[in-house]
Design a protein around this ligand. Structure first.
Ligand SMILES: [Ca+2]
Ligand SMILES: [Ca+2]
Ligand SMILES: [Ca+2]
Length: 352
């Protein structure tokens, strides 16, 4: 019986093994750190690129939705429709970055930190996104705490952190401009409403359709940040005024970024009043023998103007100056005694 063949000896003797181990040790000492640095640099670059893409995506989200995601929503809403009005994402198109599972991770697959309206040691930002970097530890700051943007001392967790400060810049200005434009369109429509109806609309929604331009969508009665405009009317003021306003970017009333537009009825009322006065006066001039009572309600009935021309374009009843047979409006201030703004100018009714 043949005995089993002894295993074939490798030609690689003990010396060979020693030499190989020595070479590997040298390589590990020199190439290893090089490779590691390369690896870290690549992850850092990858993270920076992702942060830049997130920055752009946040600005896009802001343009559409009118605000940045809050911290509870986080970065996931950039790729997953949260059911918000105006959302037209995903805001990261394609690639690994755009997957819902990794959108909020850095290149080391660690969660990015997102802080809305961060507290910074220098400058300002609308939001901040942070990665702990290669050491996986975030030392530059915390959500709601103070952020050190210039990096921290070597050896501390913050030294290799990667931060992205999100600046809305022109996007924010764009929303202010949209708001201003809508306010002005509403003002023009409300004045036209006043001119033809003798009063401001009760609610802004009443301006929809006939009064506002067709391009003014049903969703445009809100400011650039999606908040409905405030609207008040003081119908007893002379001339009556309306005010339409936005709370601005911060959504809070009474702060510096508010936009308010007073809508005056002065011009609209003047046009109406001038037209009415002209027609009333021509009716009066056509009946020179008609005896005047000096009481507009009676005289306009006698003139056949009953039911119309009760009040001028600012809501004040007309009067009549019997001595000169002139129909008079008190003007925008509603006061006959201040004659300068009366129509005709300077004319006051006879003293009672
Ligand atoms: Ca770190
Ligand atoms: Ca405000
Ligand atoms: Ca007056």
């Amino acid at each position: 019986m043949k005995h089993a063949a002894t295993p074939r000896r490798s030609g690689f003797g003990l010396m060979g093994l020693v030499v190989l181990l020595a070479v590997m040790a040298i390589l590990a000492g020199t190439v290893g750190p090089l490779l590691f640095r390369e690896y870290v640099a690549a992850r850092e670059t990858e993270t920076r690129v992702h942060l830049e893409r997130l920055d752009e995506a946040l600005v896009g989200f802001y343009r559409d939705v009118g605000r940045l995601p809050d911290e509870a929503e986080g970065l996931a809403v950039l790729v997953t429709d949260p059911g918000l009005g105006g959302w037209r994402g995903p805001y990261l198109d394609g690639g690994r970055d755009a997957a819902a599972t990794v959108v909020a991770l850095d290149a080391w697959n660690r969660p990015l930190v997102y802080d809305l309206a961060p507290l910074l040691d220098t400058g300002q930002a609308a939001a901040l996104i942070a990665s702990g970097g290669g050491d996986h530890r975030l030392g530059a700051g915390t959500v709601g705490g103070l952020w050190t943007t210039a990096g921290t001392a070597p050896g501390t967790p913050g030294h290799d952190d990667l931060l992205m400060l999100v600046d809305l810049g022109s996007a924010a200005l764009g929303l202010e401009a949209v708001t201003r434009e809508r306010l002005e369109a509403i003002s023009a429509a409300a004045q036209e409403h006043f001119r033809l109806q003798g009063a401001f609309p009760v609610a802004l929604a009443d301006l929809h359709g006939a009064w506002l331009p067709p391009s003014f969508g049903a969703d445009a009665l809100v400011d650039g940040w999606g908040v409905p405009f405030s609207y008040t009317v003081d119908a007893l003021a002379r001339p009556p005024v309306a005010t339409v306003g936005s709370r601005g970017a911060d959504g809070l009333p009474g702060t510096a970024d508010d936009q308010q537009l007073g809508i005056s009825s002065a011009a609209a009322g003047r046009r109406t009043t001038s037209q009415e006065l002209a027609s009333a006066q021509s009716r009066l001039d056509a009946q020179p023998s008609l005896d005047l009572e000096g009481v507009w309600d009676l005289d306009r009935a006698n003139l056949g103007l009953d039911g119309i021309l009760a009040a001028d374009g600012w809501g004040t009843p007309y009067a009549i100056r019997v001595s000169t047979r002139t129909v008079v409006s008190a003007g925008p201030d509603g006061n006959f005694m201040t004659a300068a703004d009366n129509l005709p100018p300077g004319v006051v009714p006879d003293a009672p």
